[in-house]
Ligand binder design. Structure first.
Ligand code: AMP
Length: 412
């Protein structure tokens, strides 16, 4: 109770929120003013748990890297971050820590103040997100040591999609697997889809609750979401981020029979199949060259590389098909949003996808398409088309905003 009170007082100040996105061997962080979205400091610790571990901190437009010392772990990275925050006189500005947590299951559809019960639930949800939730918990524990007096909030990547109706989240499997084991579709990238939908609502000059949108988050991971009256009603990722469209190294939807064939007839172990579908497939698998869209565009456009062209063509077709399939979820559509590293920057990908969406009345203004990249946002549609925006995503700002909001509400 005393601790809760202290937290509430801290929230009232709400100067800046330290946003933490913890992976198994990395920590991405940003110190953000929740009202304006201004980033005061940001950076990345990489190669954790190896002697190559280092942290890069960007502050006042200057980047500085520091080698970490043993044990090269998340705690070691946060110790350097705390030291730099102290030296920059920023520690006093931090009112809370906001954590990106990948899987919130059905329990969490809202940002949640962390306490031992919530942490236990995040740990239990690791069975649905074995790569992500344990890493997120690791970051939470490291921050509790480094920032013992600050409240910590979890913002879940699945939360925005908890509004999906049953018809969108039930798999065609025995219903008992859902009831007893939580095997259903959850969806991911929720924070990003929510942010860009909110931005699109501003372009449309109407409340998000009145907007009907399709959002394509295309980065190394890719997902498409359909938003009806401001709420997610379907999305392409499922129980794990592996479902849906082709991605950088993930295959997306495949016939489940392929897995039995790989195991029964081609001698794959189940771990090898896991690696194949998650790390060796997608753009990388089809091209045999790279998972990076820039490398593939270069190979296809400069060197006439046929495999790169095939990978990019399959990638775009699958995304266009996914977008078109959502005409089943809506009776009205205000527009389409492109976001994520590829969606925000690749004019080729946007052109290729939109030219397959003529039936939905989408077409691009090529001049606007070419001009809207590298952080620029705006409508790239032709004047006869429905709106089609490029919107630079900012998941960190949403996490900061929602953490501050939660603490301010708790203080009332
Ligand atoms: P993300 O996971 O959102 O960081 O996105 C990573 C993907 O964005 C990679 O496939 C990059 O190749 C792609 N990307 C970043 N910048 C560009 C660019 N200028 N043109 C094409 N793709 C890009």
């Amino acid at each position: 109770m005393t601790q809760q009170k202290t937290h509430n007082k801290a929230a009232v100040k709400a100067d800046a929120i330290l946003v933490i996105n913890c992976g198994s061997s990395s920590v991405k962080f940003s110190l953000i003013r929740p009202l304006s979205g201004e980033t005061l400091l940001s950076g990345l610790a990489e190669c954790l748990l190896s002697s190559a571990a280092e942290i890069t901190i960007k502050h006042h437009g200057k980047k500085q890297s520091y080698k970490l010392t043993a044990p090269f772990n998340h705690q070691a990275a946060l110790a350097v971050l705390v030291e730099q925050l102290q030296q920059s006189n920023l520690v006093k500005d931090i009112s809370a820590i906001g954590h990106r947590v990948v899987h919130g299951g059905e329990q969490y559809s809202e940002p949640t103040l962390l306490n031992p019960q919530v942490e236990q639930a995040i740990g239990e949800l690791a069975k649905l997100a074995p790569l992500h939730n344990p890493a997120n918990l690791n970051g939470i524990k490291a921050c509790q040591q480094a920032f013992a007096d600050l409240p910590q909030v979890a913002v879940f990547d699945t939360a925005f999609h908890q509004s999906m109706p049953e018809k969108a989240y039930i798999y065609g499997l025995p219903y008992s697997l859902y009831k007893e084991h939580g095997i259903r579709r959850y969806g991911f990238h929720g924070t990003s889809h929510y942010f860009v939908a909110k931005q699109a609502a501003k372009y449309l000059n109407k409340p998000l609750e009145q907007c009907n949108l399709i959002s394509a988050h295309l980065g190394n991971g890719c997902s498409v979401a359909v938003i009806k009256n401001g709420e997610s009603v379907d999305t392409s990722m499922g129980m794990t981020p592996g479902e849906g469209v082709l991605m950088g190294t993930r295959c997306g939807d495949i016939d489940a029979g392929i897995i039995f064939h790989l195991v029964d007839n081609l001698g794959y172990s189940i771990n090898e199949v896991d690696k194949l579908v998650n790390k060796e497939s997608g753009l990388l698998g089809v091209s045999g060259l790279s998972n990076d869209c820039r490398t593939l565009e270069d190979a296809m456009l400069t060197d006439n590389n046929a495999q790169a062209k095939l990978a990019m063509t399959v990638f775009c077709y699958r995304i266009a098909k996914s977008i078109a399939s959502y005409s089943a979820s809506l009776t009205q559509l205000d527009g389409l949003i492109f976001t994520g590293g590829i969606g925000e920057n690749s004019t080729w990908v946007r052109t290729e996808i939109v030219k397959q969406l003529g039936l939905l009345n989408f077409s691009l203004d090529e001049e606007k398409n070419q001009a809207t990249r590298f952080g620029a946002s705006g409508n790239i549609a032709d004047k006869n088309s429905r709106s089609c925006w490029v919107i630079a995503t900012n998941e960190e700002w949403v996490i900061a905003e929602q953490s501050a909001q939660l603490l301010a509400n708790a203080a009332k």
